[in-house]
Write a protein that binds this ligand. Structure first.
Ligand code: BTN
Length: 272
């Protein structure tokens, strides 16, 4: 049986610094999208961070205009709003930093074999476990949205996705994991603000298993093939094309393949 999210329980796992930010947190039973809620101004009350979690999303958003399947009470859908005076190009690095946080939290929780795929897919045996969507809101705010598959209902299971229950062969503790994510995310966001991507690069390399692999870069209708050489210090992907030229890609509208509205708000359960 999956436990429901509960802010009081989440707080018990957090440091006192981090508990302070949960005063600006909200959990919905159902919402269109936690990212949409925060990009539209949601719960922001002048604190540095605002947090929104939901048990289900009716219009969960993924990268590249895809939707994010968000059934009730089984996975994690989490967004954090942060003041971000940086440029959109710096967001590219931020998404890589967040991906390393997810990889570390999952590994420390006991999941072995977590991999990252540029720009920010969290994979296990090449199946998608979690995704990150960073969007710019109003007033120089950035919203960092994380979808983590914990225990997908049988009818929504697909070969291309995996959940933590399958990896660990046990039902994940949703509140504990939510807390670990929030704690580590906020620390990472602070660090990123001061030092950028640099402190996260060695972890990225550790979890990035694609270096030197032949890949396809998909940009709308265009496809570029080559060898993936890893990322540079800004988080751009470096591709060596077949004619030996090295090309640099920002994460914006690009995805990588290994070759081979107004929010609907219902049932606010807790509001701080
Ligand atoms: C991806 O396509 O890989 C990114 C998926 C991001 C999904 C999360 S779930 C919480 C937040 N709210 C959304 O609508 N999307 C993000």
């Amino acid at each position: 049986m999956n436990e429901l999210l509960n802010l009081t329980k989440i707080k018990t796992y957090l440091s006192s610094d981090c508990r302070h930010y949960l005063e600006n947190a909200i959990i919905f039973d159902e919402i269109a999208s936690t990212n949409l809620f925060l990009t539209e101004g949601g719960v922001h009350q002048g604190k540095q961070y605002s947090i929104c979690l939901a048990e289900s999303q009716t219009q969960g958003r993924g990268r590249l205009n895809k939707s994010w399947v968000s059934p009730f009470g089984c996975n994690l859908y989490l967004s954090v709003l942060q003041h971000f005076p940086g440029t959109p190009a710096q967001l590219s690095g931020l998404s890589l930093a967040i991906a390393t946080v997810l990889a570390e939290v999952l590994t420390q929780y006991g999941a072995q074999g977590i991999q990252l795929k540029w720009p920010n897919d969290v994979l296990w045996q090449n199946r998608k476990l979690a995704g990150i969507l960073i969007e710019l809101g109003r007033h120089q705010n950035a919203v960092i949205g994380i979808g983590l598959n914990l225990a997908m209902p049988d009818e929504l299971k697909q070969d291309s996705i995996v959940d933590l229950a399958e990896i660990m062969k046990k039902t994940p503790e949703r509140n504990k994991l939510a807390a670990q994510l929030i704690e580590n995310l906020l620390k990472a966001l602070e660090q990123f603000k001061q030092k950028g991507l640099q402190p996260f690069l060695s972890l990225w390399k550790h979890y990035d298993k694609w270096v030197d692999q032949p890949v396809q870069v998909l940009m709308g209708a265009e496809t570029v093939e080559g060898q993936y050489l890893g990322v540079d210090e800004k988080g751009c992907m470096i591709l060596q094309t077949h004619d030996g030229v090295k090309r640099q890609f920002f994460s914006g509208e690009v995805s990588l393949r290994l070759r081979v509205i107004s929010p609907i708000v219902k049932n606010t359960r807790e509001y701080f």
